[in-house]
Design a protein around this ligand. Sequence first.
Ligand code: GCU
Length: 342
Amino acid sequence: MKTFKKVLALALATVMSAAVLTGCGQGSDGRTIIRIGHNQSTNHPTHIALVAFEEFIESKLGDKYDVEVFPSELLGSQNEMVQLTQTGAINFCVASNSLLETFSTNYTLFNLPYLFASAEAYHASMDDESITGPIFESTKDAGFEAVTWLDAGTRNFYTVSTPIETPADLKGLKIRVQQSPTNVQMMSLLGGSATPMGFGDVYTALQSKIIDGAENNELALTDNGHGDVCKYYSYDMHQMIPDILIGNIAFLDGLSEEERAIFEEGFQLVNQVQRTEWTDAVAAAKDRAANEQGVQFLYPDTKPFQEACAPMHEDMLAQYPDLTPIYDAIQVYNEQYPSAES
Ligand code: GCU
């Protein structure tokens, strides 16, 4: 399967570089092909939302555009897809906010552990353009901008054989984290050993015991099979990291005003469909993980985890003082929608 994916990715990369070299994203029917890549399965809320986008754009502008959605890392890892979007080899991709901090330090903010007090505070913040605007636009010079955000739930630790009840339980464990400096720092403050790698490599790393565990939302257990190997999932609730739909700037700027308005409507649709699907998908994943994969869900006291990570907030604000007003605006939502535990 892996080899098949690699061969397919290589074939696609060849086709795409040919398209870029000849300066054309044109299909044989003369329509412009819009390529969107992501790293989730076709069951995932993100894929379902992007297919709704494809249908919407083609219903409005189908004589001109042919939208194609490529799931499951078919166009490469998330990091590779961001670079393809930057250069315009593809038009859009979904990237975790984690990875984007290496393209613009503004994205560091949403990667902070325990930034949002509750899911409600997280959603309200991400829906507030005065919060997301300065971050979403910060990569324009790098060739892309964020067009909407997607829910990726809450990230929690899960391990092959060690129940995580306190940060001390992480000691000596190799835990996969996303490839971002913030995540590596978080892991070291919590006492585990950070092993950064791409999402597509995690299952094999768990199975071959290169790592002892990972951290993610519940869908990773079922959709990516991690729950076949990891039997303890511990709700320490360390991060709510959004996924971000990013688009190539030259492509977006090349749209007419009318087209851009239709695309904006499409981006909103992606957000809405994905969030609606998300809630049911998490409930179904939890049920399947517990009943079919034998995963045990644990509910530790989150305070010790939170305290271990607390210095990261001050550190970040000291390093990037321009982010202070946005951080403060998030605190207003945190007060309005406090954690159920407080
Ligand atoms: C989640 C998230 C992905 C990300 C993945 C990861 O699944 O939705 O965008 O790639 O976590 O841990 O890498």
